[in-house]
Design a protein around this ligand. Structure first.
Ligand SMILES: [Zn+2]
Ligand SMILES: [Zn+2]
Ligand SMILES: [Zn+2]
Length: 317
């Protein structure tokens, strides 16, 4: 009996032992005839009275099969099957290593980076056909972790909310936060824990007078570190139409500015709800905010609120 590598429909130690144990009995001529008709030669009986070794006419590979299978069905050459897997793997830039011991729809491959990857056979076919691209999970994780480190964060794991594009990270300050991976790459986000971007820095509450097409003259109350820049570059206004920054009050921090501004809007909503420009009107106009804008008639009330604020904190401009 040949000691060449023998293929089994599924690899297991028990089957390997059967395949290597000769069964001392002649090969019935009718088995040999059936094997010939089906593209094989019976080379040995092995293990017990039920098993034979078949040599594939196409590739010469040895496959163990049950005599019953030989009689009633077309045995499959496992070596040819593995060769097909090898070829498909190569086309997918993978090296076929072995079939998955548990699931026949999976196999284990070596990726170009050197890591072992477990892949569904059907997926490898699609990769080979150029229909999908699949990264090595180990390398991908390392890349995501390295991006975080470059921004001063540590990758903790997948998004607790289950979004593919997000991960959970921990900042150097200890704060944990879910962040879109694309934002982590570019650094275009702030840590809510330290929020050094704006919360602790000086800020301004402002009043702007704007002329919006289809709406008319309105006043906008808001806060910003740089109100003029906000008006000119961030609101998406039509530069041909009137826009004036009419009042600013310096605030010690962004946090404080936000708190005070929210209080003012809540108060205005109670006092002059009719002068709040509705969201639909703003959506139709050329401005990229949809709230906290008031009709021109509200300007005196807004000015008086800002005057009171200046008096209270003792700094105006
Ligand atoms: Zn074969
Ligand atoms: Zn890898
Ligand atoms: Zn932080």
């Amino acid at each position: 009996m040949s000691n060449l590598s023998i293929h089994y429909p599924r690899r297991s130690a028990a089957k390997a032992a059967i395949a290597l144990t000769p069964w001392p009995a002649p090969i019935p001529p009718q088995w040999q005839r059936m094997a010939q008709q089906k593209g094989f030669t019976v080379t040995d009986r092995v293990g017990d009275r039920y098993h034979v070794l078949l040599r594939c006419r196409d590739c010469g590979g040895l496959t163990m099969a049950k005599a019953y299978t030989l009689r009633t069905a077309q045995p499959k050459c496992a070596a040819c099957g593995d060769r097909a897997l090898r070829d498909t793997a190569a086309a997918a830039r993978l090296t076929f290593l072995r079939r998955d011991a548990e699931d026949r729809h999976y196999a284990v491959y070596r990726a170009p980076c050197g890591h072992e990857v477990r892949r569904q056979l059907e997926l490898v076919q699609r990769i080979a056909a150029g229909k999908v691209q699949v990264r090595c999970e180990t390398c991908f994780q390392a890349e995501v972790a390295a991006e975080a480190i470059a921004q001063g964060w540590q990758l903790l794991g997948p998004d607790p909310d289950g979004h593919d594009g997000y991960r959970l990270y921990r900042h150097g300050c200890g704060h944990e936060q879910r962040v879109a991976r694309v934002n982590m790459r570019t650094g275009r986000f702030a840590c809510a824990g330290c929020d050094a971007g704006w919360a602790a820095e000086p800020n301004r509450i402002y009043l702007m007078r704007l002329d919006l097409e289809g709406v008319g003259v309105v006043v906008k109350l808001g806060h910003s570190r740089l109100p003029l820049s906000r008006m000119r570059y961030q609101l998406g206004l039509d530069p041909e139409r009137r826009q004036e920054l009419i009042h600013e009050v310096r605030m010690p921090s962004g946090h404080e500015a936000l708190r005070v501004e929210r209080g003012m809007h809540a108060r205005l909503l109670r006092e002059i709800p009719d002068l709040v420009v509705p969201r639909e009107a703003l959506e139709a106009a050329r401005i990229n905010v949809t709230r906290e804008i008031y009709r021109a008639e509200a300007e005196p009330r807004l000015r008086s609120l800002l005057d009171d604020l200046e008096d209270a904190i003792g700094t105006g401009s």
